[in-house]
Unconditional design. Structure first.
Length: 750
């Protein structure tokens, strides 16, 4: 074969990876230019080189050795750095252009979907025209590009009169409108109100950041809804299929109708490989997989779908093989793919269409797939969180309204449960319940998303004609590699699922679960502390080093300085202020510290020091948690500088000073005659103020916060815990516990 040069877009995607590997292995005469954008510090070339370490190259590497694979990649792959929207000029001339890049999300914001799938495709065809070349373009689309429809979908030009240019302009204006809407005073007031309930205890900057995150989430959600509704209003299932239809029209108008050749390859639901690059190879979950694994994990007992609808699945290597056949067999002559009227393509039309599907020649009914999946997971059940086998139920294929109603009822119950738990004191039991409800809530959100996005694919009554693709299969030469064919009638669906696909996605699930596993709550001191001379070990006091808080410390002082007969009255007075203290704690820890320390007004400093010397100090010392004391000693033995940060009165933490290299506590204004005024000498060092102090302190002494550890128990500690490399939540309140699970911080339960 004569040397050829191909251009490939989407090389780092699922299909693109398989295409690149297949061309390198099977088409030694081809030089491949891949369009890859830089990502962060990684160049496009770096990203391509990293593909060698991915499973897509593993089987080939085992056969020929890593040196041969590296040599092929180095010699035959060139990188064009950029992306579809910002495509640089095409200097080289290409024999074949394979366009497989796209945004494949069914619920992408409307502007992003149009910008990539339509605007990016316009730029590709413009660049080809600017470079004055005439390659065969193989344009990967989707079989579902026809939209919401019934009956046979033919391999031909779509019949619609939607103005793609107007839709593209409108999609970009949508963001401007929604951005402006999100910034009006009423919306901002709502975002701030919500942010305060979530983040006020962390600090004002956290509130602002939370409000802005809520605004951005609102914008994204609105644009997703824009896309969903616009697609539905035009007769498409979702924004993905709508934009792919518009992209086809770009190829037809800007390439085929100008005398060039374009082959539209329309695969159905692409899943794991049947044979190549290895049986079961897959890169992340695809359309059917979240449903399958949710069912296997007991989270999906019912789902809207027609038992007798055809679930049109195609292995990824079948799609790759169709593209390779078009790229090689059709390099010198025009193939007989279907055209607008169903006839073969002509010199004038320049466009051909190929459905890479299974539903016509080898249909897979939805009920058969579900039965096969159930049989597999009955034999090989997924362990639940306690290690017990998960029982998979028998699917009854209910209607959509029934499923939606059940999901809504469960969501209402979960929300009610979370509201109740949020009002309860933090304890091991409430933390466990909160964690369980969070998992249930997450599962319900996923189920709701599945039901909204995938029901069109499980209730479809559309069948895809594959005449042109079967005709292409019949044209394969006798000496064509047998493993590069794409005859779907050879697929045994039961064997494919049980022996290939389900083991692959089960292994993928286990790998994903291990990498995303939430930190287990530990009841012990952490593993031995590593030596690091520049590290800090920063401790909160109340609820962390000791179980008492500043209210309990004040009670101890009152009891130590008040005659026994006056204790009942003193305790009653303290009980009277507890509701106000709880409200202050929920709003702002600074307010709590001020309210409690104001109660010390009139105490003499020398009297406080006397009661501490007479026994209160020893009781404070004895209140240190054994695990905390062991941890402090371990850090000091490792050469770490230990720091205690507390809102407690400085005189009350003097008995602990020898345990720490630095103690920062609340100082109170003292009159000339040694009486506490009730007013603080400096603002309380809490939440974000504590974070700012820690940042300055570490810089001043040359400490490395990235190797430092921090221990806190309250959501108010989150601001400074974020700064250290090893944040630890110690018997946390519900707010910090939820944050620790989300950020995968270590949790200690003492």
């Amino acid at each position: 074969m004569k040397p050829s040069r191909f251009l490939l877009t989407g090389a780092t995607g699922f299909l693109g990876q398989a295409l690149l590997q297949a061309m390198l292995e099977s088409l030694p005469h081809v030089t491949i230019t891949v369009l890859v954008r830089a990502r962060g510090a990684q160049s496009g070339r770096d990203r391509v080189q990293r593909l060698l370490g991915k499973p897509v190259f593993a089987a080939w590497t085992d056969r020929v050795g890593i040196a041969a694979v590296r040599e092929a990649l180095s010699r035959r792959v060139e990188v064009l750095e950029g992306d579809m929207v910002d495509l640089p000029p095409l200097i080289e001339h290409y024999d074949v252009v394979i366009h497989s890049a796209s945004s494949v999300s069914f619920d992408a914001p409307i502007d992003e979907a149009f910008r990539t799938n339509v605007g990016g495709v316009e730029r590709l065809y413009d660049a080809l025209q600017e470079s004055k070349q005439d390659p065969h373009v193989i344009h990967v689309s989707t079989a579902y590009v026809r939209g919401i429809s019934k009956g046979v979908s033919q391999e031909q030009r779509l019949n619609h009169d939607v103005d793609r240019r107007a839709e593209l302009r409108s999609s970009q204006l949508a963001r401007e409108r929604v951005e402006a809407e999100s910034r009006d005073p009423e919306s901002l007031r709502r975002f701030i109100r919500t942010a305060r309930t979530q983040s006020a205890r962390i600090g004002p900057k956290a509130v602002a950041a939370s409000a802005e995150a809520a605004r951005q989430s609102y914008v994204s959600d609105r644009l997703v809804e824009f896309g969903r509704m616009r697609a539905e209003s035009l007769g498409w299932t979702d924004i993905y299929t709508l934009t792919k239809a518009m992209a086809e029209r770009v190829g037809e108008e800007e390439w085929a109708e100008k005398g060039h050749r374009v082959s539209f390859v329309r695969p159905s639901i692409i899943e794991s490989a049947l044979r190549l690059p290895a049986p079961g190879w897959i890169d992340g979950f695809k359309v059917a997989d979240p449903l399958i694994m949710a069912y296997a994990n007991g989270k999906l007992s019912e789902f809207p779908g027609h038992a007798d609808s055809v679930l049109d699945i195609i292995p990824v290597d079948h799609v790759v093989n169709v593209i390779l056949a078009l790229a090689t067999l059709g390099a010198d002559d025009r193939d007989e793919g279907g055209t607008q009227d169903g006839s073969s393509s002509s010199e004038e039309s320049g466009a051909a269409y190929y459905h890479v599907v299974s539903g016509t020649s080898n249909p897979l009914p939805f009920h058969q797939m579900v039965r096969t999946v159930r049989e597999y997971f009955l034999d090989r059940p997924i362990p639940d969180r306690e290690g017990a086998p998960t029982h998979v139920p028998e699917w009854r294929f209910p209607n959509s309204d029934l499923v939606d109603g059940k999901i809504r009822l469960k969501e209402l119950g979960t929300r009610a449960g979370r509201r109740i738990i949020d009002r309860l004191p933090s304890s091991r039991r409430t933390r466990a319940l909160a964690s369980r409800l969070a998992r249930v809530d997450s599962g319900l959100k996923s189920l709701h998303k599945f039901a909204d996005l995938y029901r069109q694919y499980t209730t479809t009554e559309m069948i895809f004609d594959d005449t042109a693709t079967r005709r292409l299969q019949s044209r394969l030469p006798a000496d064509y590699p047998s493993d590069r064919g794409f005859d779907v009638t050879e697929i045994d669906w039961q064997r494919y699922f049980k022996d290939t696909h389900l083991p692959a996605i089960t292994a993928l699930t286990r790998s994903y679960t291990r990498s995303r596993a939430q930190p287990e709550t530990d009841h012990r001191v952490p593993e031995p502390i590593r030596s690091a001379p520049d590290a800090l070990a920063v401790f909160d006091l109340d609820g962390t080093v000791i179980s008492a808080n500043i209210v309990g410390q004040y009670v101890s002082v009152v009891r130590a300085t008040t005659p026994v007969y006056r204790w009942p009255a003193a305790m009653a007075e303290i009980a009277g202020i507890v509701p106000g203290l709880l409200r202050a704690e929920s709003r702002d820890r600074s307010e709590l510290i001020r309210m409690v320390n104001r109660r010390y007004r009139g105490f003499r400093l020398d009297e406080l020091r006397k009661v501490i010397a007479d026994g209160l100090g020893q009781r404070i010392r004895d209140s240190i948690r054994p695990q905390a004391k062991e941890l402090i000693e371990s850090h000091r033995a490792a050469g770490h500088r230990t720091v205690l940060l507390t809102g407690a009165l400085d005189v009350l933490v003097e008995p602990l000073a020898d345990l720490f290299d630095e103690v920062v506590a609340t100082r109170m204004d003292v009159t000339d005659d040694g009486v506490l005024s009730g007013f603080l000498a400096t603002p309380p060092l809490v939440d974000e103020a504590r974070a700012n102090w820690l940042q300055k302190y570490s810089e001043g002494i040359g400490a490395d916060l990235s190797t430092s550890a921090g221990y806190g128990d309250s959501l108010a500690d989150a601001a400074w815990l974020e700064l250290v490399g090893y944040p630890v939540a110690v018997t946390p309140d519900l707010g910090l516990y939820g944050l620790a699970l989300k950020k995968r911080w270590k949790v200690l339960e003492w």
